[in-house]
Design a protein around this ligand. Sequence first.
Ligand SMILES: [Zn+2]
Length: 184
Amino acid sequence: MFYYPPLKVMTDVPVGNHYGSFGVKRKYSYHCGVDLYCNKGDFVFAIESGIVTETNWFTGPKINLPWWNDTRCVCVESDTGVIVYGEMQEFCKIVVGTKVKRGESLGTVETVLKKDKGKPMTMLHVMLLTRGTKETDIPSWAHDTERPKGLLDPTLLLTQCRINYAFNAAFRPAIESLSNNYIA
Ligand SMILES: [Zn+2]
């Protein structure tokens, strides 16, 4: 199965010491996901088919993280693991137990940051957990500690989405015209 890009415009995947990359050191902890910069209201698509295992508050006053806006997350358990789509608002049809298909829209991106500090304020925060893991069981990744158990690096997964996105944009029309010729 091929990974479906989670955003209509699948941006570059931050790596290394970029502030959006996985495991990068931030003020209070290491970053436990990868940030894909986008716009408020952008649709979020399922990367893989699977089952919704959680929909939670993710940031904001509702869960005592008042320095951020209220945003939510959707967790979908699929072949690769539990993919967490964070800093968004899910559609009401997306509840625990919902079966989602690869490419199906789950909701829309919310703006997480309150203050403009010259960096992007709106992003899809993607996390990857081992199958069977709950998002709420992953502690924040404190400085000078090991990566929390059950937390995986989603960089390769997202890079594959980015490759598929770029490849489709560049070659899909050519491939379709080829197959049309075969049909004819
Ligand atoms: Zn993030």
